[in-house]
Each structure stands twice: as structure tokens, then as C-alpha cells.
Design a protein around this ligand. Sequence first.
Ligand code: G1P
Length: 306
Amino acid sequence: MSMPPTRPARKAVIPVAGMGTRFLPATKAVPKELLPVVDRPALQYIVEEAARAGLPEVLMVTGRGKAAIEDFFDRTPELETALEKKGDEGRLSAVHESTDVAQVHFVRQGEARGLGHAVLQAAAFVGDEPFAVLLGDDLIDARDHLLEQMLAVQAEHGGSVIALLDVGRENIDKYGAVAVEPTGDGSDVVAVTGLVEKPPVDEAPSSLAIIGRYVLAPEVFDVLRETAPGRGGEIQLTDALATLVERGEPVHGVVFGGRRYDTGDKLDYLKAVIRLASERDDLGPSLRGWLRDFVTELPAEGASPS
Ligand code: G1P
């Protein structure tokens, strides 16, 4: 059994090698992680979330066709000089924000062999300390402090912590599903007793799905090295976590009750853009006014509010 760590997690790993087929043809030439949510790439929100949670060291696990991500997190001296000459302080600080938010490193996955394989590429960067994994498709609203809570649970109990969301039984086959037991830590912190990757609906242990935030014990690397390909012929992080549970290592879940947008899904992506833009000081007042008129004019059968 791993003891609660003396050192808190400081590093974040963001796998970004996925193909983005759900957004073709947009993602033929632009990595899906750089599609804008209002005026920032989805990935910038993820890096900002890691930095806010006290994880300023970020490793992106990239692959072929993702060079634009490295360019995005690099400095742009020509652009900065041009904006400086124009005295355009607002845009200059927006450009700086995107590069100054964290120390971003890159490693290549080489072959697309699954999420577990992507995480394994971070072993040398992470070393022997707990670390966070943030999946780019899941955007957690900045006002909801999921990752901070997960880091606190990990610091208290040691082991690993995963983010969970009740997605309803009918949707569970799109996710890693978990069996859980209550803990004495309040209703949103549970002990994970079993995990299975994308089970058929009638075999799922619960309707609680793993969403894209993990705080992992470094022991996961040794397990991943021995994890055989699972669902879809890929090395699954879920399977490695199941092995940790079987070995008696603590794995906790934090059941999220806040705002999450799946920017890998077209409808959720559109909802995220509209919601976040409508809450902004610069765009919100005009957008909200327009939205009210737009909704009023929508034919009844066309309106499908969630
Ligand atoms: C991955 C994980 C899955 C998890 C999901 C969350 O699946 O394998 O367990 O529920 O992320 O978004 P993917 O969406 O990459 O197929």
C-alpha cells in the first residue's frame, strides 16, 4: 500500500495525440485541441486550469500533425514587436497570457496505442511523485474547483484520485465506469472498488463515469508497462487503475457536481462557446440580447433546450 505522499503533485500531463475525427474536416489541418472556445483554444483553458490548481509544470504528449500546439505555446517575437509598436496592450497581454501561464514541455507518443500508453510516455518527466492527468476534451468551468479538490483528496489519502460524473446508465458505454463505496469524507468523495472501460450498458457497475481528470500515484507507470491492450486494442488507463485497486492501492473518486463541457462533442462544444461567451463582460451583454431575440423567434419544434 502506498503511504500518503510527503510531496504534493506539481506536474500535469495532457495527452494531445488524439486524431479529432469527430470534428473533421476542421481537424484535417488544425489539431482539435486548438479549436477556439470563444477566442482561446480549448487547450489553453486546460493549461490554465492546471496552473490555477498549483501545477505549473505541464507535459503534453503529442503526436504527428500536432506541431501547431508547440507553436501555440512558444513565444512569438515578431507578433509581440508588431503589437508593441502599435501600442496594442490588450492583444499583447492576451498573447503573453497564452505562453506565460505554465512551463510547457512536449514528448511524442510515437504510436497511437491508447490513453494508458500516452500517460506512460510521461514517466521520465514525472519521476517518483503523484501527478495530474487532464484530458483536453473535458472542459471544467473555472468557477468549479474540481482539480483542487482531487489534489486535496490525494494529499490526504495518497494513492490515486479520479473525477466521476453521473452520466446516466444509457450513456455509460462511452466512458470508463466504476464501482464505488461511500467514505466518511462527505458524499462527493467515494472509494473506487472496481473499474471497467466502456462496458455494455447492462454490464456497467454504476452510472458513474470517469471524466477527464486524474491525480495518479507514480506506481501507475509500472502497472502500465505490464498492462495488455484492452478495449479497442488499446492500452487503457482504466485497466491500469483497475489493477491498482486489485492490489489494494487506494483509488478514490470525486463525484463532480459542477459545470463540464465535452468539447470533443459538437453539440456540447457549441453550448460551451455560447455559455462562456454569454458570461463574458465584453461579449455577454450583446450576445445575451441577441440570444433572447433569437430564441423567441425559434419555431417551437426546433427548440431543444437541455
Ligand atoms: C477516455 C478514457 C475513459 C474516460 C474518458 C473521459 O476515453 O479511456 O475511461 O471515461 O476518456 O473523457 P476516450 O474519451 O479517450 O475514448
